[in-house]
Design a binder for this molecule. Structure first.
Ligand code: SAH
Length: 348
């Protein structure tokens, strides 16, 4: 079975003409798919066409099977995919709009020591349409449409390493930006990577001005290798060069994520080294206190210490913020809810 939301308008034109239909049907199907309608709900199409589509394509590749609402309003969604795999997404509500955090792979093979998504390795890549359908499903669940979007921003910070599923992610970003569809601009998308340097260079040349975010988590290569195996392949200096190239080509400033882990990366020495790395760069640093994962023997830096770490950097002129941890009561961090589901501790 194929997934209907994997296709762009021109591919859909070929599909419908292969079914003996007029090309304008493709536009109708495309906008209905982006409304996340089932084939039987696409009433401007003939019954015969709806049946042909249903015989060959999946119209709900990402089904919401559970929704959890946090005290702070954050919503966590558990989705089931057509093959029974389960992934998760998080909706964060801000004054300026709603941000959905989406998964890009089932599992992850990057092996970061603090992260729940990678505990069982990579199960499989997600297709462009599956990623898109996370957004379409939640937009519909919130009563949104393509004209009245309930999701304004997207962050690729759920399970998976987006640049390890490069082609599908690029196609997804283009589908997401389609004016005839859900139409979310790359400028409203943040792509977070653990630092796959060659792909960061490729991304700069795609003409997709997303907000590039790099998970740094340490200013020292040696220490970074201990918590992020990918650091054995790419040095921090190479990552920074790729970020500068991204800025040069796209004109977009870039971002760093830094999860504060007690005793690992939160010392004064780390703050000083971080300052030396980032000073004068067109970047913003997002600090967040670790969301402790029970399978991992790591704790969050205290609130007081995290604020002191932040102040040390901002006092010297680094653009940085300490993010509020959202949804901690509903397993807000990467892969935690899926984990609980797999462990059989969450029923749907
Ligand atoms: N693979 C991408 C996106 C993954 S998750 C990446 O590495 O950037 C998004 C962010 O959450 C990353 O910065 C990741 O390092 C961080 N993260 C993962 N687990 C976390 C946890 N338990 N607590 C705090 N941050 C976490």
């Amino acid at each position: 079975m194929k997934i209907i939301s994997d296709y762009n308008l021109s591919e859909l034109k070929d599909i419908v003409s292969g079914m003996g239909e007029k090309p304008f049907r493709a536009s109708q199907i495309f906008s209905n798919v982006h409304q996340y309608k089932r084939f039987e709900e696409m009433t401007e199409l003939s019954v015969a066409l709806r049946e042909k589509l249903a015989a060959g394509y999946i119209d709900e590749p990402c089904k919401i099977i559970r929704e959890l609402v946090s005290r702070d309003g954050t919503r966590k969604y558990l989705f089931s995919l057509f093959d029974g795999n389960v992934i998760e997404g998080v909706l964060m509500q801000y004054k300026y709009g709603n941000t959905l955090c989406v998964s890009t792979q089932v599992g992850c093979r990057m092996g970061c020591k603090f992260c729940a998504s990678t505990l069982d390795g990579l199960i499989r890549n997600m297709s462009a349409g599956e990623m898109l359908s996370e957004i379409l499903a939640v937009n519909r669940a919130l009563g949104g449409s393509v004209k009245d979007r309930k999701i304004t921003n997207v962050v690729l910070m759920g399970s998976g390493e987006p640049l390890d599923n490069y082609d599908n992610v690029i196609k997804f970003l283009r589908l997401l930006a389609s004016p005839d569809g859900i139409n979310i601009s790359p400028r409203n998308v943040s792509l977070s990577t653990c630092g796959l340097v060659p792909k960061m260079y490729d991304l700069a040349n795609e003409g997709l001005p997303v907000n590039l975010t790099v998970s740094l988590h340490s200013p020292f290569d040696e220490a970074r290798m201990k918590i992020m195996p990918v650091a054995k392949t790419y040095k921090i200096s190479e990552i920074l060069a790729a970020c500068d190239n991204y800025f040069k080509i796209t004109g977009r400033r870039y971002y760093f994520e830094y999860s504060l882990i007690a005793g690992e990366n939160d010392s004064d020495e780390c703050a000083d080294a971080l300052y030396r790395l980032l000073k004068g760069k067109p970047c913003h640093l997002n600090l967040i206190r670790l969301n402790a994962v029970k399978e991992r023997d790591l704790d969050a830096t205290s609130d007081v210490k995290a604020n002191a770490f932040l102040k040390k950097l901002t006092d010297k002129g680094i653009s940085a913020t300490l993010r509020r941890r959202m949804g901690t009561d509903i397993d807000g961090a990467c892969g935690q809810l899926r984990r609980r589901y797999i462990d059989g501790k969450l029923s749907v």
